[in-house]
Ligand binder design. Structure first.
Ligand code: GTP
Ligand code: SPV
Ligand code: MN
Length: 592
C-alpha cells in the first residue's frame, strides 16, 4: 500500500504485537465501508435503522461502563514530568509503553487489524496533518470514516515523510480497570486500550487533533483549540468569522449551527458552520489568524437536540449517521432521545438495549432516561444545511473574535469583552464551568477549565498560557478580539434566564459590532460589558431589568472569584507567566 519506511516499520511492529488473523487497509471506498457496515450488522455490533426515514443510519451501543471520556485514565507521557505539567496525569514513556504493550499483546487473535490512513483537515491543506490509526473495531473504522478524511490518497500526500501520528487502539475486553488513553507527544504516538467509546478511541479527534496537536502547535508556532468556528454573514453579504471555546457539552455544536431569530433572518443575517469542536489556527501571510476545522463530521451530543434548539444538527443526522447510546423506537425502527420531542416512545429500548418504561420517566432521575446523557450522533459535516463553503478549503478562515464561555449559574455576565489580548488570555486561563456528562465523574461541579482545554492540553498548561501570550505578540494589532459569554445564568428556581440557542445571535451581533468599532460598552472591573440597549431584544419575552441583571458584575461574587483564580494559579507555581499574575493583581485592584 505504501513504500513509506516509517509507516511499514511501525505497522510491522504493531502487527507482531497484537497478532491479528487478518489485516485490512481502509481504502476510503464506499464498497469497502458498506461491506463493513453489513458485517457489523451481522454480528450485532450495529443495528440498521429504518432506511426510508433514516437512510444509511445505524445505532450502536457501548458497554455501560464505557460511555464517556475517562480523564483519570488519560495520560501524557513525556520524558520529563514537568513537560506534562500539573493538570495532566503523567507516566514515564517507557513504563507506559511496556504496560500497554503487555495489555495489547495478542489481543487481535481471531480478529482483524484495520489500518486507517486519515487526514485531519482537507487532504493536502497546508494546515492539515496525517495520522494512521490501527484498530480492531469496525465501529471505530466507520466513525473515523465520517469524522476524518480516510483512504489511500492520504498515503500519496504523506509520501516518504515521517511527519504522521501513530495511533494504536485495542478494544481488548473493555475492562475499565485496564483502560488507558496514553499520549506520547515526543513520539507522535497514541495508544488506547480497553475502551470503545468515541472520545477515547476515535484517535484523530481529541487524542491527535487536541492533545498531540496542541504540543505540535507549541513547538511549531500555531494553535490547536477546543473551539467551534462559525461565519456570521450580515445583510451586506460580508462574513466575519468567530472561534469559540466552551467546555464539553456546553454549547459549541449549538452555537456553530445557530439559526438567527426571525427578525434578523428577515434582514438577511445568516450563520455558516465551519467547525463544531476543534480549530487549528495559524498566522496567515497577511498576519491574521486563520482557522481550519480538522474534522470532517460532527460527534455531537444527542440529548436536547431538536428541531427548535438545533435544526441544522438534527438535519445533519438524517442520513449516513451513526447513533451511539440513544434509544431505539421499536414502532418504526428509528431513534429517540430526551429533548427530541414530547412524544415519549411507548415501545422502545433504552440505550442499554432493555425495554424502556416511559411511564417511569422522571426528569430528575437520569437512570430513568431512554438515552444516555452523553449519547451522541456521528454525522457527516456535508449533511449540515449551513455548512460553510470554506469548510472544505484548506486555507482556513480569518478569525475576528475569539469567545470563551462555560456554564456558570452565577458570576459571569451574559457577555463581556477583554481589555486586551493579554487580558483575554487571563480570562481564558481562569475559565470555569460546571462539569457535564461528556466525561466520566460528577456532573454539575464547578471546576477551572482553562480555554476549555483542561482535558485536552498535551503539555504543561503554564507553557500553554505563555504560548497564547506569544501568539498575541506575533499577531500584534491583527489579533482577534477576545470575549467571554455565559448562556447559563440561572434564576432562584434554577431556570436559565437567557433563552440561548438561536437567540445567542443577539450577542454575536454585539461581538461583531465591537470588532468593527460600532458598539459602545461600559468599562467594568472585569472588562467591557454591553450597554443594555445594545443587546437587541426584539420579539423576545425579556424585559430590560432582566437583561441588566444578567449583564451585571457583582463585586462581591467577583472578589470570591478572584480568590479562587489565585488558588487555581497556585498549581502552576513559578511557571505561571508573570503577565497573568499581573492581570490577576489588576483585577483584584479593580474590584476594590
Ligand atoms: P462537546 O461535543 O462535548 O464538545 O459539546 P458541545 O460544546 O458541542 O455542546 P453542545 O452544543 O452539544 O451542547 C450540549 C448541551 O448544551 C445540549 O444539551 C444543549 O441543549 C445545551 N445548550 C447548548 N446551547 C445552549 C444555550 O444557548 N442555552 C442553554 N440553556 N443550553 C444550551
Ligand atoms: C467532548 O467531550 O468534548 C467531545 C466528545 O467533543 S469526545 O469526542 O468524546 O471527546
Ligand atoms: Mn468537544
Amino acid at each position: 500500500m505504501t513504500t513509506n519506511k516509517s509507516v511499514i516499520k511501525w505497522l510491522d511492529e504493531v502487527k507482531a504485537l497484537v497478532n491479528p488473523d487478518n489485516v485490512v487497509w481502509i481504502d476510503g471506498s464506499e464498497e469497502q465501508l458498506e461491506a463493513l457496515r453489513a458485517e457489523a450488522v451481522s454480528t450485532g455490533e450495529m443495528i440498521k435503522l429504518n432506511q426510508e426515514k433514516l437512510p444509511g443510519c445505524y445505532l450502536h451501543r457501548t458497554l455501560p461502563n464505557d460511555v464517556a471520556r475517562v480523564e483519570d485514565r488519560t495520560f501524557i507521557c513525556t520524558a520529563d514530568k514537568e513537560t506534562a505539567g500539573p493538570t495532566n496525569n503523567w507516566c514515564d514513556p517507557q513504563e507506559m509503553y511496556t504496560k500497554l504493550y503487555d495489555i495489547a499483546r495478542g489481543t487481535y487473535k481471531g480478529r482483524t487489524m484495520y489500518i486507517i490512513p486519515y487526514s485531519m483537515g482537507p487532504i493536502g491543506s497546508p494546515i492539515a496533518k496525517i495520522g494512521i490509526e490501527v484498530t480492531d473495531s469496525i465501529y471505530v473504522v466507520l466513525n473515523m470514516a465520517i469524522m476524518t478524511r480516510v483512504g489511500l490518497k492520504v498515503l500519496d500526500v504523506l509520501g516518504d515523510s515521517n511527519d504522521w501520528v501513530r495511533g494504536l487502539h485495542a478494544k481488548c475486553n473493555v475492562d475499565p480497570e485496564n483502560r488507558y488513553i496514553a499520549h506520547f507527544p515526543e513520539d507522535n504516538t497514541i495508544i488506547s486500550v480497553n475502551s470503545a467509546y468515541g472520545g477515547n478511541v476515535l484517535l484523530g479527534k481529541k487524542c491527535f487533533a487536541l492533545r498531540i496537536a496542541s504540543y505540535q502547535g507549541w513547538k511549531e508556532g500555531w494553535m490547536a483549540e477546543h473551539m467551534l468556528i462559525l461565519g456570521l454573514e450580515n445583510p451586506k453579504g460580508e462574513v466575519k468569522y468567530i472561534a469559540a471555546a466552551f467546555p464539553s457539552a456546553c454549547g459549541k455544536t449549538n452555537l456553530a449551527m445557530l439559526i438567527p431569530p426571525e427578525y434578523l433572518r428577515e434582514k438577511g443575517y445568516k450563520v455558516w458552520t465551519v467547525g463544531d469542536d476543534i480549530a487549528w489556527m495559524k498566522i496567515g501571510p497577511d498576519g491574521r489568524l486563520y482557522a481550519i476545522n480538522p474534522e470532517n463530521g460532527f460527534f455531537g451530543v444527542a440529548p436536547g437536540t431538536n428541531e427548535k434548539s438545533n435544526f441544522n444538527a438534527l438535519e445533519s443526522t438524517k442520513k449516513n449517521t451513526i447513533f451511539t447510546n440513544v434509544a431505539l423506537d421499536l414502532n418504526d425502527n428509528t431513534v429517540w432521545w430526551e429533548g427530541l420531542n414530547k412524544n415519549l416512545p411507548t415501545n422502545a429500548l433504552e440505550w442499554k438495549g432493555n425495554k424502556w418504561d416511559a411511564s417511569k420517566f422522571d426528569k430528575a432521575d437520569k437512570s430513568t432516561y431512554a438515552a444516555h446523557p452523553n449519547s451522541r450522533f456521528t454525522a457527516p459535516a456535508k449533511n449540515c444545511p449551513c455548512i460553510s463553503e470554506e469548510f472544505d478549503k484548506g486555507a482556513g478562515v480569518p478569525i475576528s473574535a475569539i469567545v470563551f464561555g462555560g456554564r456558570r449559574a452565577k458570576c459571569a455576565p451574559l457577555v463581556y469583552q477583554s481589555k486586551s489580548w493579554e487580558n483575554g488570555v487571563f480570562i481564558g486561563s481562569a475559565m470555569a464551568s460546571e462539569t457535564t456528562a461528556a466525561a466520566a465523574g460528577a456532573v454539575g461541579v464547578v471546576r477551572r477549565d482553562p480555554m476549555a482545554m483542561l482535558p485536552f492540553c498535551g503539555y504543561n498548561m503554564a507553557d500553554y498560557f505563555q504560548h497564547w501570550l506569544d501568539m498575541g505578540e506575533k499577531l500584534g494589532d491583527k489579533a482577534p478580539k477576545i470575549f467571554n459569554v455565559n448562556w447559563f445564568r440561572t434564576d432562584d428556581d434554577g431556570n436559565f434566564i437567557w433563552p440561548g440557542f438561536g437567540d445567542n445571535m443577539r450577542v454575536l451581533n454585539w461581538i461583531v459590532d465591537r470588532c468593527e468599532g460600532k458598539a459602545d460598552a461600559t468599562e467594568t472591573a472585569i472588562g467591557y460589558v454591553p450597554m443594555p440597549e445594545d443587546i437587541d431584544l426584539t420579539d423576545l419575552d425579556m424585559d430590560m431589568d432582566t437583561l441588566k441583571d444578567i449583564l451585571t458584575v457583582d463585586k462581591e461574587v467577583w472578589n470570591k472569584e478572584a480568590a479562587e483564580i489565585e488558588e487555581h494559579y497556585k498549581k502552576f507555581g513559578d511557571k505561571l507567566p508573570e503577565e497573568l499574575r499581573k492581570q490577576l493583581e489588576t483585577l483584584k485592584a479593580n474590584l476594590k
